[in-house]
Design a protein around this ligand. Structure first.
Ligand code: 4AD
Ligand code: MG
Length: 448
């Protein structure tokens, strides 16, 4: 018998036609003559309906009852080929329903551990490989994918070339964060913290470049914003000034948000994300404030009722309560620029006339989602860079390739890195970063 195999996301093209879908049973309800089956196949969720008299009419008493009984006994996460007629259905959010005409079990599922009741976080994390099937997790992964697609499209449209930085490295890209060390045939090697340094070499060869890959930081921080393995998108571009670099970053983040609105509206709805807020972040200009002005603002407001942060002096680094307060104060994504050199990376160029501050910016997402981008203008002068490497106690021999870029036609250049999972949490509106990546690695978590 021939069948028309389609995905749930395609059913709108087959209204009033018979199709077959390979799917899993997410849930089931109904009584007596009627059975409702919630089907999912990764592309979407929707409902199938089986009506006993229809089965008897179609297959005769014996086979009809048997088929209907099979549907009634389907357990959660059983995989099936389900055949039926696609019906437009205004009452369901999805807009369509399947009038089931036939069913074939592919794989049984007994005692599936994640039931529709509430489960604790540890239990869900231990069962991450199964938790990923739930409606909410599927929606988050669809948003992650939408961001990736929008990112590639933005770079392509803006003349960037994808340039893959290595993961194994002999140097530290971010001297301010911790490295994972591994043995490389008897010598130490490190897992990349950021592709930036290599990407700078790429920029001198190809102009505008970007990379996208996993990065690793042995940070012992246990927060809802930190992973030890996460995916970073770095971009690097010659000849742009720091202000032009911020313009580019702003356009990029707006394109990513727009990409999710366009590509994953259903996922945003599932997560009950405030879509009007996302649209406002696209429509309004991002705020830019200097680090020192931000400190002054924090000091002025530290006795306010909503100010749940500790007092800071000029020169202190922000904690997440400070970042949250600043971004809430402005209500839109906010670039904090020109931080103290003392707690930023060695490669940043000083602000002209103010060597204690560097030409960098962190983009803070509103609503308390924290820093989503770190970027800067890079030091281009060989001697100044060498002095910074010395000052930080780094070994110049590890950076000889990087220093070479300052010897042979050094040019002004800027770049930034966006943490994909931070961006996903922000756009999806999820509380914790552990849901923004398929298999999160955190301080006490490397399984499954
Ligand atoms: O601010 P960071 O450390 O910047 C860099 O690594 C630069 N080399 C990037 C560049 O200029 N090419 O990291 C960039 C972003 C942060 O803004 C944040 O979004 C994310 O990476 N990030 C993390 N995400 C999850 N878990 C962590 N532990 C993270 N640390 C940074
Ligand atoms: Mg940073």
């Amino acid at each position: 018998m021939s069948r028309k195999l389609v995905t749930i996301s395609q059913v709108s093209q087959y209204v009033d036609q018979e199709v077959t879908i390979g799917a899993w049973v997410a849930n089931k309800s109904g009584k007596g003559k009627i059975a409702f089956v919630q089907l999912r196949d990764g592309s979407a969720f929707f409902q199938g309906v089986a009506f006993k008299p229809n089965f008897i009419e179609k297959y005769g008493e014996e086979v009809g009852l048997e088929k209907f009984d099979t549907i009634k006994r389907l357990s959660q996460e059983t995989s099936v080929y389900v055949t039926g007629i696609v019906k437009a259905d205004d009452r369901s959010k999805f807009g369509y329903e399947l009038d089931i005409t036939d069913i074939e079990i592919i794989g049984e599922s007994k005692d599936y551990p994640i039931t529709p009741k509430e489960h604790g976080t540890d239990f869900l994390m231990d069962n991450r490989h199964l938790w990923l099937r739930s409606r909410r997790q599927v929606a988050i992964m669809q948003i992650r994918n939408a961001i990736l697609m929008a990112s590639a499209e933005f770079f392509d449209k803006n003349g960037f070339i994808k340039f893959d930085s290595p993961i194994l490295s002999s140097n530290a890209a971010e001297d301010s964060t911790e490295l994972f060390e591994t043995d490389y045939f008897g010598n130490p090697a490190f897992l990349s913290q950021s592709g930036q340094l290599y990407l700078e070499a790429g920029a001198m060869a190809l102009g505008r470049v970007y990379d996208f890959g996993p990065v690793f930081r042995a940070e012992k921080s246990k927060t809802r914003r930190h992973l030890t393995e996460f995916w970073m998108m770095d971009a690097e571009y010659p000849f742009l000034s720091h202000d032009e670099s911020l313009d580019l970053q702003e356009a990029y983040v707006k394109a990513l948000i727009q990409g999710v609105l366009d590509r994953a509206p259903q996922a945003l709805e599932t997560l009950e994300r405030d879509v009007d807020a996302l649209k406002r972040y696209i429509a309004e200009p991002f705020k830019r404030v200097s680090y020192d002005d931000a400190i002054t603002l924090l000091q002025e407001h530290e006795n306010d009722e909503d100010a749940e942060y500790e007092h800071l002096e000029h020169g202190d680094d922000f904690g997440s309560p400070h970042e949250t307060w600043i971004s809430n104060y402005f209500g839109v994504p906010t670039f904090v620029v020109n931080y103290p050199a003392s707690f930023k990376a060695f490669y940043m160029k000083p602000v002209p006339g103010n060597p204690e501050r560097v030409l960098c910016a962190d983009l803070l997402a509103p609503e308390g989602y924290g820093e989503i981008i770190g970027g800067s203008e890079r030091e281009t002068d060989y001697d100044k860079l060498m002095a910074r490497i010395d000052q930080e106690g780094l070994n110049p021999a590890d950076y000889d390739f990087y220093l070479d870029l300052r010897k042979y036609g050094s040019v002004p250049h800027c770049g930034f890195g966006l943490g994909l999972e931070r961006m996903v949490t922000f756009v999806a509106g999820t509380k914790h970063i552990r849901e923004a990546i398929p298999f999160p690695r955190m301080l006490h978590r490397i399984k499954p």
